[in-house]
Design a protein around this ligand. Structure first.
Ligand code: P4A
Length: 421
């Protein structure tokens, strides 16, 4: 207790210090080169600076949140986790990379990853607490959307770094060997990256698991029609990617598509079509359903955290509403796509069905991390100024505020590779 004041000022100082640095985005190619060539010492020296930088950058933004959101118990809890983890990492600042330190560092990373396991759910709870206790205006809603995109993106990136280090170097017993061998995956994984990730296989896997839930709830399910360049093909389509990220996106999209199809058809449900296309710049995965679609005004709302926030079905209900689409499935799936400079877009034709497209970068050296950077420009989004319309019609329509969010999502993120077109 006696030291509390000292620790407080010290950590505050360290936060100020580390938040001055911009995060260093890595490309998938760099992750792979690093995984193949770098030693644990080098990884340690990089992470003991990069992790505090990424933590500090996002913690500075947490501090800028609307005050009534910051006061919500769940948000306070998340904030505490970040403070604790930041403190735990900067303890390594001056520790030489000796074997005992390296082991301790690995264990610390695992501990931190576990501590942050429920961040998404807890933050959603915080937003729910705010909605239930306060009237939320459009300005606040936009700030929260802006923040959560950056906050969850930061989390994805920090977990990626931790996963790579612990998979490559953790748990003594030849962890590097095990992760490089990628048990059951043809021995090619580099941490969480598969240099020959078969998109077709991940599509089938996500489909089967979503179908299992669909069958249980609706007692039927739509078939999958898997195409490559528009024609049926049994051949694999390999890309350099993180299979778990791709799976996450596809599973979410399959659940949505199945729900829409089953809710709009009494008899035999029309199949869900997935078309895989490999271009020079993009890999595109297009999922088309005939589930009746949604109006354009709703498409945008599906990516909004405030709109998607609903009380979680209780654990005992969860088996009866497997495709309910609670939570942040779509907005977070889109962040996974954008994390390596891809995207996820929905195009719906109300009255017919929905197309969802996942875009990935075809080249691993162009697949750079997209990271939020804390600076003066980013902080201005937390003090929304009253908006004056410069187009006729209400400013509060979903369409217009989504347009603004689209621009915002692109601002203050780490720069992308510039293309000469
Ligand atoms: N039609 N189309 C979709 C939905 C409806 C749809 C839908 C009613 C809406 C909300 C939801 C799940 C499905 C689709 C594919 C998508 C997204 C929406 O990727 O067919 O849960 C949130």
């Amino acid at each position: 207790m006696r030291l509390a004041g000292t620790i407080f000022t010290n950590v505050t100082k360290m936060l100020d210090f580390y938040s001055q640095f911009n995060p260093s985005p890595l490309s998938i190619k760099q992750f792979i080169d690093f995984g193949l060539n770098a030693c644990e010492r080098k990884s340690y020296l990089f992470l003991r600076k990069e992790l505090p930088v990424r933590l500090a950058n996002i913690m500075k933004e947490i501090a800028l949140l609307p005050e009534n959101l910051l006061r919500m118990p769940s948000v306070g809890l998340v904030n505490q986790w970040y403070e604790r983890s930041f403190e735990e990492i900067i303890q390594f600042e001056k520790m030489e990379p000796e074997p005992t330190v390296l082991t301790q560092f690995c264990q610390r990373l695992v501990h931190i990853r576990n501590r942050h396991a429920d961040v998404v759910q807890t933050m959603a709870q915080g937003v729910l607490e705010l909605k239930e206790s306060h009237e939320v205006d459009t300005g606040t809603e936009n700030s929260i959307q802006y923040f959560l995109d950056r906050f969850y993106m930061s989390r994805i990136s920090i977990r990626m770094l931790i996963n790579q280090h612990t998979l490559l170097f953790g748990e003594q017993l030849g962890a590097k060997q095990a992760s490089l061998n990628g048990i059951g995956n043809g021995g090619r994984h580099i941490g969480s990256i598969d240099p020959a990730c078969d998109i077709a296989a991940v599509v089938r896997d996500a489909y089967e698991n979503a179908r299992f839930l669909c069958d249980r709830y609706y007692l039927a399910s739509p078939e999958l029609e898997l195409l490559q360049n528009g024609v049926p093909s049994g051949r694999p389509m390999p890309v350099v990617y993180v299979p778990s990220h791709l799976y996450h996106m596809l599973f979410e999209l399959f659940k949505n598509a199945m729900r829409a199809v089953m809710e709009s058809h009494e008899g035999s449900p029309p199949p869900i079509q997935v078309n895989l296309v490999l271009g020079r710049e993009d890999v595109s995965v297009k999922m088309s359903d005939r589930g009746g679609g949604i109006p354009r005004s709703v498409t945008d709302l599906l990516f909004k955290y405030m709109y998607s926030t609903a009380p979680q079905p209780s654990k005992s209900d969860s088996h009866t509403v497997p495709l309910a689409g609670y939570g942040y499935g779509l907005p977070i799936s889109r962040l996974y796509a954008r994390y390596f400079h891809g995207d996820l877009v929905l195009m719906s034709c109300e009255g017919y069905g929905t197309d969802a497209v996942i875009y990935l970068k075809a080249l691993s050296n162009e697949a750079n991390e997209l990271l939020p950077i804390f600076n003066r420009t980013s902080s201005k989004f937390y003090r929304p100024v009253p908006q004056i319309a410069d187009w006729s019609g209400s400013l509060n329509t979903a369409t217009i505020s989504q347009c603004k969010n689209k621009d915002k999502n692109k601002d203050n993120m780490s720069p992308s590779v510039s293309h000469t077109l």
